[in-house]
Design a protein around this ligand. Structure first.
Ligand SMILES: Cc1cc2nc3c(=O)[nH]c(=O)nc-3n(C[C@H](O)[C@H](O)[C@H](O)COP(=O)(O)OP(=O)(O)OC[C@H]3O[C@@H](n4cnc5c(N)ncnc54)[C@H](O)[C@@H]3O)c2cc1C
Length: 511
C-alpha cells in the first residue's frame, strides 16, 4: 500500500503545532521482571514522521555540529517526515556505522544543541535516528558492503569495542585485509560486558558482527595482545598497520578504610557477571544483589546500570552515593545553549527505583569507609556530606548506611598501561608514549606518539577511542574509529576516499 506521507512536502511549521513526544517505555514494574530493552517495541514508528517534521531545517544546524560523527540530522529528519526511509538510511549510514547503538545509548548532545531547545523542546533526534536504523535492518537497506577488490594490505585492530569495530568495518570496506584481536571471549567491548541488555539487547551486536564477517572482517577472540598470547611488536611486524582501540578499562579506585573487605566490588565485575548470565555462561551471578542492601558509589552511566541490574536481581534496598551536588533542573548560566548541559536527569533505572519521588541518589555525598560486621563481611558504608569545591567530608556529618553489597562505579583511569594496575605490555612493546592521564598519546591524524622519538609518530600505529581520549562515549568511539581508519588508509596508500567525521574537535559542544 502506498504511504500517504510519501510525496507530501514537509510541514516546516510543525514545530509550532506538534509537541515533542518521547519514545514510549514499558511499565517499570513489567521491566523489572525481565532484562529486555525498556522501550515498547514498535511504539516509535507511528509517531516518528510527525516528530521528524518538527525539525525546522534551520540555516545553522548546530545539531550536526554538536555530533562527533557530524550526523546529517536535518537531512534525515526531512526524509523521514516524507517517509523516504531508504534515502534516510543512506544519509544516516553515510556518517555512522552503528546507529542502532547510538540511537539507543547516546546522551544526544545533538538534542541539547537543537535550535528548538533554545527556549523549548528539542526535536527527538535520537529517536528518529533509531527508527531509521531499525527500519534499515528490517527492510534490508543496511546490507553488507564487501569491497570490490582487495588491496593486499593487512591491518590489525586491537580491541573490539565500538572504536575498533568502526575502524575495522571501514578498513575492510576499503579493501584491506582486516583482523580484529580481542582479549575477551566475545566481541563488543563495553557494549558486550558493560552495558546491560535492558539498554542494548545483545542480538543487535551479534547481527552487526555477522554483517562485518560477511564483508570480510576477521575476528580473533581470547587473544590479549601485548601479553603472553601475542606480543604486540610481532603483531605489528606481521601487518602493514595497526589500530590500537583497547579502551580505558582500568577502574578508578577508592582508597578508604575497608575497601578490600568481602562485599565491596568494582561495578564492572558486577555488571560483567550479570551480562555473562544473559549470555548463558552462568546459571546465576555469583555476585547477585538478591535480598541484599546495596550501596552504589558513583554518579554516571555505570552507576545507573548497576542500579537497574540490582533492582532486577531483587535487591532489598538500593542507595546511590553521588559526590556531585544535585544538578539544576535547567541549564545553568555557565552552560548556555548549545552546550550539552549537566542537568538533573531521571534515567530509566532511576525511574524503576521510583523516580524523583523515591530518589535513590544521595547527592554531595563522599564515601569515607566500609564497615565490617561480626563475620568480617561488609555491613555498612560510611559517608559524609561533601564540602562544595574540594569535596572533603564536612566534619560532623558522617553516617552509616547498612549494606551487604557495595559497588564502586567511579569511572576509569586509562587503559592500565602505567602505575600499579599495569595490565599489559602493549605500549612498551610498541614503544608508545603515554599522556599525563595514562592514555596513549597521539600526534596528528590519530597516529600513536612514539616514546623513543618524543613528538614523533610510531610508524604505522594508530590509536582510536577511549584508549586515546580516556573514558568517553560510544559516539566518540565510532567517530574516532572512522577517522583512524581514514588515517590508516592515507598512510597505506597516500590518499583515501574513506569519509572521516567532521574534523573531530574538542570544542565546548561535546559531552
Ligand atoms: C557500564 C557502562 C555504561 C556505559 N553507558 C554508556 C552510554 O549509555 N552511552 C555512551 O555513549 N557511552 C557509555 N559508556 C561508555 C562507552 O561504553 C565507551 O566510551 C565505549 O565503549 C568506548 O569504546 P572503545 O572501543 O574505545 O573501548 P571499549 O568498549 O572499552 O573496548 C575495548 C576493548 O579492547 C579490549 N582489549 C583491551 N586490551 C586488549 C589487549 N591487550 N588485547 C586485545 N584486546 C584488548 C577490551 O577487552 C575491550 O573489549 C558506558 C560505559 C560503561 C562501563
Amino acid at each position: 500500500m502506498a504511504d500517504p506521507q510519501a510525496d507530501r512536502p514537509p510541514d516546516r511549521m510543525a514545530f509550532l503545532t506538534t509537541p515533542r513526544r518521547p519514545r514510549e517505555r514499558r511499565d517499570p514494574r513489567e521491566r523489572l521482571g525481565d532484562r529486555h530493552e525498556v522501550y515498547r517495541p514498535g511504539a516509535l514508528l507511528p509517531i516518528i514522521g510527525a516528530q521528524a517534521a518538527r525539525c525546522m531545517d534551520c540555516g545553522l544546524p548546530f545539531c550536526h555540529r554538536a555530533c562527533p560523527l557530524g550526523n546529517l540530522v536535518p537531512d534525515w529528519n526531512t526524509l523521514v517526515s516524507r517517509s523516504d526511509w531508504r534515502a534516510a538510511a543512506a544519509r544516516l549510514l553515510a556518517t555512522n556505522n552503528f546507529p542502532e547503538f547510538t540511537g539507543r545509548l547516546c546522551p544526544a548532545p545533538c538534542e541539547s544543541a537543537c535550535v528548538l531547545a533554545i527556549d523549548g523542546e528539542a526535536v527527538t533526534i535520537k529517536n528518529v535516528e533509531l527508527a531509521i536504523a531499525d527500519r534499515a535492518w528490517e527492510q534490508g537497506f543496511d546490507r553488507p558492503q564487501p569491497p570490490e577488490r582487495s588491496t593486499g594490505l593487512r591491518v590489525a585492530v586491537v580491541g573490539s569495542g565500538p572504536a575498533g569495530l568502526a575502524a575495522a568495518q571501514q578498513l575492510t570496506r576499503a579493501g584491506h585485509t582486516t583482523t580484529v584481536y580481542e582479549r575477551a571471549d566475545r566481541i563488543g567491548g563495553l557494549l558486550r560486558y558493560g552495558i546491560p541488555p535492558f539498554r542494548l539487547e545483545k542480538h543487535r551486536l551479534d547481527r552487526r558482527i555477522d554483517q562485518m564477517r560477511e564483508e570480510g572482517t576477521r575476528f580473533r577472540t581470547g587473544v590479549a595482545v601485548g601479553g603472553h598470547d601475542l606480543p604486540a611488536d610481532l603483531l605489528r611486524a606481521r601487518h602493514d598497520a595497526l589500530v590500537v582501540a583497547v579502551g580505558a578499562t582500568a577502574c578508578r579506585e577508592l582508597e578508604v578504610p575497608g575497601r578490600r573487605m568481602p562485599g565491596v566490588h568494582q561495578a564492572m565485575t558486577y555488571l560483567t557477571l550479570a551480562n555473562r548470565v544473559d549470555e548463558g555462561d552462568l546459571p546465576a551471578s555469583p555476585l547477585s544483589a538478591e535480598g541484599r542492601r546495596v550501596v552504589i558509589v558513583g554518579g554516571g552511566d555505570t552507576a545507573a546500570d548497576c542500579l537497574g541490574t540490582a533492582l532486577r536481581q531483587r535487591a532489598a534496598a538500593v542507595t546511590q552515593l553521588d559526590i556531585n551536588p544535585r544538578p539544576p533542573a535547567r541549564r545553568a548560566p555557565a552552560q548556555p545553549w548549545p552546550v550539552h548541559p549537566k542537568v538533573y536527569r531521571v534515567t530509566t533505572s532511576h525511574e524503576e527505583a521510583g523516580g524523583e519521588e523515591a530518589e535513590p541518589r544521595v547527592f554531595a555525598a563522599t564515601t569515607v569507609g566500609f564497615e565490617a560486621g561480626a563475620d568480617g563481611r561488609l555491613a555498612g558504608v560510611r559517608f559524609a556530606e561533601a564540602e562544595p569545591g574540594d569535596r572533603r567530608p564536612r566534619p560532623g556529618t558522617a553516617r552509616t548506611l547498612p549494606a551487604e553489597l557495595a559497588l564502586l562505579a567511579l569511572g576509569f583511569s586509562g587503559a592500565g598501561f602505567s602505575g600499579r594496575r599495569r595490565s599489559h605490555g602493549l605500549a612498551a612493546q610498541l614503544g608508545l608514549a603515554l599522556d599525563g592521564h595514562g592514555n596513549l598519546a597521539r600526534g596528528g591524524d590519530f597516529a600513536a606518539a612514539s616514546a623513543g622519538a618524543p613528538g614523533g609518530p610510531a610508524d604505522g600505529v594508530f590509536v582510536a577511542g577511549d584508549a586515546g581520549r580516556g573514558q568517553s562515549l560510544i559516539v566518540w568511539a565510532i567517530a574516532e574509529g572512522r577517522a583512524a581508519a581514514a588515517a590508516v588508509d592515507r598512510y597505506l596508500r597516500g590518499a583515501t576516499e574513506l569519509p572521516a567525521p567532521i574534523a573531530p574537535f574538542d570544542g565546548p559542544l561535546t559531552a
